[in-house]
Design a protein around this ligand. Sequence first.
Ligand code: G6Q
Length: 553
Amino acid sequence: MSTFSTFSQATDLPSWAKLQAVFDASGKHLSVKELFAADPDRFTKYSRTFTNYDGSEILFDFSKNIIDDKIFELLIDLAKDADLETLRAAFFAGEKINFTEERAVYHMALRNQSNKVMKVDGIDVAPEVNSVLAHMKEFSEEVRSGAWKGYTGKKIQHIVNIGIGGSDLGPVMVTEALKHYADRSLSVYFVSNIDGTHIAEVLRSIDPETTLFLVASKTFTTAETCTNANTAKAWFLETAKDSAHIAKHFVALSTNAVEVEKFGIDPKNMFGFENWVGGRYSVWSAIGLSVILYIGYDNFEKFLKGAEAMDKHFTEQSLEMNIPVIGGLLSVWYNNFFGAQTHLVAPFDQYLHRFPAYLQQLSMESNGKSVTRGNETVKYSTGAILFGEPATNSQHSFFQLVHQGTKLIPADFILAAQSHNPIEGNLHQRMLASNFFAQAEALMVGKTEAEVRAEGNPENIVPHKVFSGNRPTTSILVQKMTPATLGALIVYYEHFTFTEGAVWNINSYDQFGVELGKVLAKSIGKQLDDAAPVSNHDGSTNALINQFKMWSA
Ligand code: G6Q
């Protein structure tokens, strides 16, 4: 067993067996509507308010979930039985809880705005974090003010982040989410896909004289990023000619100084971080440079402070009051007892349109695991399939299945009370908000046969218009989607994911699953260099490759 595992299978935990018994006896038949009718305090009992460092608040309403007092108590026991608090202490002490890669998981040190001593391998990492932040501040101020000039003396207008996975999804999501705070004279672009279309389309919109490329790669060896960065460099040099000009137009966000230098980027234009920052947790690091350039350093600092406040909440609050712990435990409840396969996150916020995509990586790369921390195959279901789209758009597409399908789909709805764009006398915002409330209510309350009949529907139509209801939602109401709020919200989901992983007894911090396909792609890539037919794969793969060779010739 790894040092961080004190049990084998989550199903062996005493509270798991108790939860199973309660589920079988009554849990699966609980009606949230009836629980509300019976308990006027239900909302108060199951909602929690998070107070951010700036005094702003976020309301997490868990009361529409299928739980009662007994289940809530047993879920908390489950966290205790799984030794969540011990693992959390190791996590925040910089211990190597990512034991398969022998790494600490210490992105919390990147948002250590209160400047605590935070050690990895006995060394305080705070000074290094602060020095990179100071470098990013100085650099971003130069670029934003126009003091930093392109090779022909012009101010930078276009920022292109070249990176993939964790070196892309965070920056894309945050720049979109906080666009309200952006310097609109700058445009940001993100190139991630190896599909040449991605970079080709971006290059069509920019000008080499006024473009700054950020090559974002922790390892600086990722095939997609290296290929895209080389394409960008070749495109730039077509106009700029002299490779000395690269210094003004390419910077690197990486841990690999050797490869950065080989690429031709001056090490003083490199913003570093350490291997205790996992890719999907790296938006808080140098990987966030595009965010800083776009919204300014002060706003980024607020983003970090909001994140730090949620870390503080997570480490200091009792399990019963701990918002990410409750969220994660409810996810286990649905996943493992109700057999739910999915987790829907629907932001009622257009600025958050990439938030579900970001959370998909956070959740599914972290908890898409089937081996315990004790190296055994898990005997239960782990990571949920996370999906989502902003509402109200999603209501007009897949919400049908959420309301009337055969599957239980636990959902999170997110709304900011104050819109950044209160246009038409705030009409849009009121309509948006009314949908936020209505969807959660409708999913819980449903519509009975009697109600459908009373509406005068013909008898053969009645069953089609019935809504079973009792479909669980968590409503997250923020005051305004500020940098501080977004920081806290992301960290809510980070520690939600940690909680699930702690109970499932899996290592949430490695990602070997993405390796196999990468290795195969490399060897097949070589076979695509010529027209000779291949025969060393399975029948389907051989036929597909050979057809591709014929059609692409
Ligand atoms: C995230 C993953 C992965 C990673 C990308 C990019 O946790 O490790 O998504 O971020 O593969 O890696 P590089 O930053 O090294 O290019």
